[in-house]
Design a protein around this ligand. Structure first.
Ligand code: ADP
Ligand code: MG
Length: 292
């Protein structure tokens, strides 16, 4: 490889908004045939908002927001931020919490004013054996709309459901179309529910979806693709994405990403526009063709 051509590639990358972290990144980019996209924060803006509030019978809206907002104030998840914002908008003060535990890919739990509060996915509630038959239909409708149903329980009893919604980035569909036009297979990877994931997948036009993947299993999904002979690029942003980014042949991280994700990636995408993903792969191809 001639240093001049590589330097030119790095310079061109910088213009496009792509920081190339090591000399091997361009080589890896060129051979990629599959691009895995993390959903939350990568394909979507990750700026979630609470768009529905459904207290259980006997509970008020304020009750629900009070418990959920307090419990989620211990979490760094984008969903938690949305819940806390919604609660603070309607309540003057949220109580102190103790015994907060994050449940990665599932939700969170905390003690709020002496009550045990559980907040998270229907899967989490299933695992804990908390039945919420009165919310089954609403859970299905929320998933079908591509939104996230956040269930809330107080002392093991359902207190309500919050509907949380995220927005697909305007650049996502164009980026996927460009990747497919380059002959690359595209896969959406998410911890989110299958139905919600499929709604987003259809909106952006990816070839395949891997949903309900727990954070610890994301790297294993990459390995499974590699085991079929695929050369995999992974695009992510979250703390959860670090191992998957490191496992992928090429890891790309959005610049707003977590420290762990930033450290694990080969390329940093400075612009919050997913069209830099096909740009990056094209750039590698061109640069290396000049070198050879
Ligand atoms: P993604 O892979 O899309 O970035 P995560 O793996 O972080 O998503 O989370 C998967 C699912 O777990 C979410 O869709 C949500 O249902 C649930 N979840 C995770 N953390 C929280 C939380 N703090 N509050 C409520 N729900 C949560
Ligand atoms: Mg994410």
């Amino acid at each position: 490889a001639t240093p001049t051509a590589l330097m030119a590639g790095v310079g061109r990358g910088a213009q496009l908004g792509i920081l190339i972290k090591g000399p091997d990144a361009l080589e890896a980019s060129r051979r990629v045939d599959t691009v895995v996209l993390d959903k939350t924060g990568t394909v979507t803006t990750g700026r979630m908002t609470v768009t529905g509030c459904h207290p259980a019978p006997g509970r008020s809206r304020r009750d629900l927001l009070w418990f959920a907002g307090a419990a989620e104030s211990g979490s760094e998840h984008a969903i938690a931020a949305a819940v806390v914002t919604a609660a603070r908008a309607e309540l003057p003060e949220l109580p102190e919490i103790s015994a907060f535990t994050a449940l990665p890919g599932l939700g969170a739990e905390a003690t709020v004013d002496g009550y045990a509060v559980l907040v998270g996915s229907p899967r989490l509630f299933g695992e804990r054996g908390i039945m919420v038959p009165e919310f089954d239909d609403l859970v299905d409708e929320t998933h079908a709309a591509g939104a996230v149903p956040v269930l809330v329980a107080v002392d093991g009893e359902a207190a309500g459901l919050l509907e949380v919604r995220d927005v697909v980035k305007p650049s996502a569909a164009a980026a996927v179309a460009a990747l497919r036009a380059q002959g690359l297979r595209t896969v959406l990877l998410t911890g989110d529910h299958e139905v919600a994931a499929r709604t987003v997948a259809a909106e952006i036009g990816v070839d395949d979806v891997r949903a309900e993947v727990l954070p610890a299993d994301k790297a294993r999904e990459i390995e499974a693709l590699q085991a079929t002979g695929a050369r995999v690029a992974m695009v992510g942003d979250g703390i959860n994405d670090g191992p998957a980014l490191a496992t992928a042949d090429l890891g790309m991280v959005m610049a707003h990403g977590s420290d762990i994700a930033l450290r694990s990636a080969d390329l940093v995408l400075v612009r919050d526009d997913l069209r830099v993903v096909p740009d990056a792969i094209r750039l590698a191809d061109r640069t290396l063709r000049i070198i050879r």
